[in-house]
Ligand binder design. Sequence first.
Ligand code: ATP
Ligand code: MG
Length: 285
Amino acid sequence: MKFQLKNVTRKFGQHLAVDGVNVEIDKGEMVGVIGRSGAGKSTLLRMINRLVDPSSGSIHFGDVEVSALKGAGLRNWQRDCAMIFQQFNLVPRLDVLTNVLLGRLNHRPTALSILNVFSREERIMAIAALERLGIEQTALQPAGTLSGGQQQRVAIARALMQGPKVVLADEPIASLDPLNAKIVMDALRDINEREGITVVTNLHTLDTARNYCSRIIGMAQGRVVFDGTPDKLTAETVQEIYGADSHGAGIDETMTSTSIRIPGAAAAVGVPASPGFRTLAVAEA
Ligand SMILES: Nc1ncnc2c1ncn2[C@@H]1O[C@H](COP(=O)(O)OP(=O)(O)OP(=O)(O)O)[C@@H](O)[C@H]1O
Ligand SMILES: [Mg+2]
């Protein structure tokens, strides 16, 4: 089933956060959405998940008009369309296993959900999801005691428990160090490749998008200004997406979460200090 965004617009007051976006995404694609802060990336994802409603236009998934769903239909959609956030959105005081099981909530009657009663099958499923992400040993720890990278993996396990058709990830690695960023991106790639789940992820870092996504959508001021394969993303287009901030110095593609950042090193190597750090790509040992 494919996604279609038809002339989707979202206004906040007079401000056009997303401006007339037309996009079609086929089942099984792995799409990276890039753009400057405020370009409308999060608003776009949140509209797909219906955390935010479009001001105009429509969103379709197969035959379903997602943007018109209400009640149970909307809840089912939010189950089918799992969302992963930069800040993980786990319940820190609950143990990891329970956090993962919470991904099942929309699959069960309300009474059982309230009682937090999960079946043996569901528990086995949750452990399997944790194992797949290499963090089964944390199952009984409070989620808040895990490292950021581990917490994001718990969030992915929870998303998998939803049995999603689509995974939306809003800056999933923006709070992570390079190694954990790689682990999390590898996990997203894995669920895309193995289960054929469509993944749409907002990314701050261009080379992560290039490395992991078969398709890149570039946004600037609410509009789609690039939509294509990574190899079509030229320096000129990058300039258009990221705009004037680069001061003609070009965009440093090594500004990336999958590389090691050396704070303050910018000055030392004589490049403009505007990004605040210079990066050093590391061989992935
Ligand atoms: N709830 C809201 N109320 C008012 N304005 C909003 C709201 N949400 C987003 N905006 C505005 O819409 C624009 C797009 O915001 P959005 O969060 O989608 O950008 P973004 O591309 O995700 O940025 P970032 O890279 O910083 O996450 C911004 O100008 C933002 O201030
Ligand atoms: Mg955002």
